[in-house]
Design a protein around this ligand. Structure first.
Ligand code: NPQ
Ligand code: MG
Length: 376
């Protein structure tokens, strides 16, 4: 198929999967023991494509959640795409779905599946299509809130021995300055950051002023996700860059946040901004403003992880992301596993599309439910 011919989407299926995590993952908003995800599969002409929806079982990190995204995909987004005619270019997916307000994680998964199929049809990789400039990317790791500092230090040491280039500590009110100071004295030279997942108020500024003394690479999403002005106030009191995650839902949000001085760094997650194409636009806005970006993570299976690695190869991505190896989260991934090399980098997938697909036996073993989207 040439670049100019259209792709006809014949069918769309949703597959919910559940994968046990190697250890519970605790944040300021809750604890996960297994990873549930919705995989979107599209069939088109003689190719298939896969996308992963990062909406979690409960609406804690974001207002989107798995069952809500499932219904949005089954009853609104999927049928709309099937009715929308052949896909002439990847931007058409977002245009067709634009009548639905919000539901960015659901939209992102459908766009990812169509883009995977569209690229497979022409034998091109997602990384090349997005404009990748690297074939390997430096990786960091996000470490959950631990029961004790001893256990936390032991876990971090394990990751550093594997080669991870940056360690992000999850914090919450009451488990912040002391824990981070103890970790800092144990690892004086390790690039460290913290992520509060919006658990603090501006009146907690003294906590961040204390963290400001610990030589952190950044402080991620300290305050409420809907308050850029308060983040700007806090940033003006700190030397450490603030990085926004939950607050950034689009390239417009990124432009506004940088303009206001609400942050100096942005964490890009394709699910949170509605797709890999909007993720690239966030990247472009930040590159124009000279703001560093990195690619976040949502405990994705190999399907979502592959797309994150392709984004991590863009030129403006200048900091190691939460693009960790499969074995950080899973004993067995759904796809061939992504492996960290000793130098703390991972290979960007180079095969057609996202370069990986669920292994049929693994998908069968992890699958919780499946539905065929019906055209309406
Ligand atoms: C963050 N991720 O940067 C997120 C938060 C997060 C790797 O720290 C299920 C779905 C579990 C979404 C766990 C990391 C999740 C999730 C954590 C998001 O803020
Ligand atoms: Mg975060």
């Amino acid at each position: 198929m040439s670049d100019h011919s259209a792709l006809s989407i014949r069918s769309i299926q949703l597959h919910e999967v559940a994968l046990p995590l190697v250890r519970p993952f605790r944040t300021s908003f809750g604890e996960e023991r297994d990873k549930r995800a919705t995989l979107v599969r599209v069939e088109a002409d003689d190719v298939e494509g896969w996308g992963e929806c990062v909406a979690a079982e409960e609406p804690r990190y974001s207002e989107e959640w798995l069952d809500g995204a499932w219904i949005a995909l089954e009853h609104h987004l999927g049928p709309s795409l099937l009715a929308g005619g052949a896909i002439e270019d990847p931007d058409q997916v977002a245009r067709t779905l634009n009548w639905v307000r919000g539901h960015r994680m659901a939209k992102a998964a459908l766009e990812a599946a169509v883009l995977d199929a569209w690229l497979r049809a022409t034998g091109r990789s997602l990384a090349e299509f997005l404009g990748a400039v690297r074939d390997r990317v430096p990786c960091g790791v996000s470490v959950g809130i631990a029961p004790s500092t001893d256990e936390l230090v032991r876990e971090i040491r394990g990751y550093l021995e594997k080669g991870y280039r940056r360690v992000k500590l999850k914090i919450e009110p009451g488990r912040d300055v002391k824990v981070v100071a103890d970790v800092r004295s144990e690892f004086p030279d390790t690039p460290l950051s913290v992520d509060a997942n919006a658990a603090y108020a501006l009146s907690d500024a003294p906590v961040f002023e204390a963290l400001d003394e610990l030589g952190l690479v950044m402080i991620e999403q300290p305050l409420h996700q809907e308050d850029l002005v308060e983040h700007a106030r806090l940033q003006s009191r700190l030397r450490t860059p603030i990085c926004l995650d939950e607050s950034i839902r689009s390239a417009r949000d990124a432009a506004a946040a940088l303009d206001l001085g609400a942050c100096r760094v942005i964490n890009i997650k394709p699910g949170r901004v509605g797709g890999v194409l909007e993720a690239r636009r966030v990247h472009d806005v930040c590159a124009r403003q000279g703001a560093p970006v990195w690619i976040g993570g949502m405990l994705e299976t190999g399907v979502g992880r592959a797309a994150n690695l392709a984004l991590a190869a863009l030129p403006g991505v200048t900091m190691p992301g939460d693009t960790s190896a499969s074995d950080r989260y899973f004993a067995q991934d759904l796809t061939d596993p992504f492996v960290l090399s000793r130098d703390g980098t991972m290979a960007v997938p180079i095969g057609p599309g996202i370069g990986v697909a669920p292994i049929p036996d693994r998908l069968r073993a992890c699958r919780v439910r499946t539905v065929e989207v019906r055209a309406t």
